[in-house]
Design a binder for this molecule. Structure first.
Ligand code: IMP
Ligand code: MG
Length: 178
């Protein structure tokens, strides 16, 4: 299917399933070149579920572990505003070598929050791997270690990424048709 309709908007194929597989394989090779032992991959849900599943099958680092987190954001009752916390990290990660798996980094606000929360746990090292990156939208200084593909500031959906919660199951990545 070259085009699909989600919530009354038309999307067209932007990165095919085949191209995604090649990108993911190449990212895994680069991560394997780190030659570290017992890394802890942290997959940021929901968007990263498909990317994480595919890339993990290509990781050959010894004693590889994976864990899944979600960032909660809710309005606190106090005037301090939003409270953020990591849901799902039910283990001690002190002194661990962490590799964050993200589907997409846009402004970098989410990434910065995750890194601040992980640093509080006194991890040894944090590396960041993202399938997609929007350089024109990025506002942060945090270095991104592994980028699958840099894209323009377009809205994309599929392969884990959603448009108002739908489209995550699509095997290709689509973009909004002009
Ligand atoms: P950031 O905090 O601005 O970097 O945005 C991160 C989150 O926004 C991602 O994890 C996605 O959930 C969402 N996002 C950003 N751009 C897109 C897009 O083009 N399609 C779908 N979701 C997106
Ligand atoms: Mg989303």
């Amino acid at each position: 299917m070259k085009e699909i309709i989600l919530h009354n908007k038309t999307f067209e194929v932007f990165i095919s399933e085949t191209e995604i597989a090649a990108i993911v394989h190449s990212m895994a090779n680069n991560i394997n070149d780190l030659r570290i032992k017992n890394p802890l991959f942290i997959s940021v849900l929901n968007g990263s579920f498909m990317f994480s599943s595919d890339i993990m099958k290509k990781i050959t680092l010894p004693n590889t572990e994976i864990s899944f987190i979600k960032l909660s954001s809710y309005s606190g009752t106090e005037t301090t505003g939003n409270v953020h916390e990591l849901i799902g990290l039910g283990q001690d990660i002190k002194n661990r070598n962490i590799i964050i798996l993200e589907d997409i980094i846009d402004t970098g606000i989410t990434l910065e929050k995750i890194i601040l929360l992980l640093e509080k746990e006194e991890v040894a090292d944090i590396k960041v791997a993202t399938l997609l990156f929007k350089p024109e939208a990025y506002q942060k200084e945090i270095e991104i270690d592994f980028i699958g593909k840099s894209i323009a500031n377009d809205f994309v959906v599929g392969y884990g990424l959603d448009y108002d919660e739908i489209g995550r199951n699509l095997p290709h990545i689509y973009k909004l048709k002009e």
